[in-house]
Ligand binder design. Structure first.
Ligand SMILES: CC(C)(COP(=O)(O)OP(=O)(O)OC[C@H]1O[C@@H](n2cnc3c(N)ncnc32)[C@H](O)[C@@H]1OP(=O)(O)O)[C@@H](O)C(=O)NCCC(=O)NCCS
Length: 177
């Protein structure tokens, strides 16, 4: 599913993705500054694959996908994936492609907006994620939105000559009965 527009603070908003947004994200994903904390990922990043992927994102009932906008411009994307509608659990992810804008609070605000939507509109019970321990920016942005460590996965993946531990985080809906 493609998420609806949600206005946040300080010029940050989640907006409905377009095919052009996806193509731009894919371009950003080919740069080392944006993917150095990712495990080995085999993805089809060819532009001709983007249309198929956009269609799948739009129709998949187990995900909600947003473009992140800052001062009216696309800067990245975020989403809830693998939504299990029975246990009401989902995995979350975030990607800011504009690395010149890191550290300005964009991810923290995007995660706050996404989490509120998960509770207020989707009525989810829990969201979890996996973050490389070395990816302090991602861990902090999630912690600021209320995520807490539920575990740690030592030597989860190997890249560029070293093992990486992962931080397993979760947030629970405080209103869940
Ligand atoms: C990780 C990422 C989402 C952070 O986005 P951001 O908009 O820079 O995050 P924020 O500005 O909201 O910062 C959140 C916190 O992390 C800190 N931070 C951000 N980047 C950091 C870095 N490179 N090193 C150390 N701390 C960092 C900020 O200072 C802030 O902490 P504070 O409020 O305690 O000072 C962004 O760098 C990104 O998309 N990277 C590439 C893709 C990726 O790694 N995605 C996450 C996969 S799990």
């Amino acid at each position: 599913m493609l998420g609806p527009r949600i206005e946040g603070e300080r010029g940050i908003a989640l907006i409905t993705p377009t095919l052009d947004h996806l193509k731009r994200n894919v371009e950003w994903m080919t740069r080392p500054e944006t993917t150095r904390f990712w495990g080995v990922r085999a993805m089809d990043l060819r532009p001709e694959h983007a249309e198929k992927r956009f269609g799948e994102n739009a129709t998949d009932p187990t995900l909600v996908n947003w473009t992140i906008a800052f001062e009216g411009e696309q800067v990245g994307m975020t989403g809830l994936f693998h939504i299990d509608w029975i246990t009401r659990d989902a995995e979350s992810g975030i990607f800011i492609g504009r690395h010149d804008l890191y550290g300005k609070g964009i991810a923290s605000e995007a995660i706050r907006l996404r989490t509120r939507f998960a509770w207020d509109e989707l009525r989810l019970r829990r969201i979890h994620n996996w973050i490389a321990m070395r990816n302090r920016g991602s861990r902090r942005a999630n912690e600021k939105a209320g995520y807490r460590q539920m575990g740690r996965f030592p030597r989860s993946w190997y890249r560029s000559g070293q093992w990486h531990d992962e931080w397993l985080g979760e947030i629970l809906n405080p209103d869940w009965v």
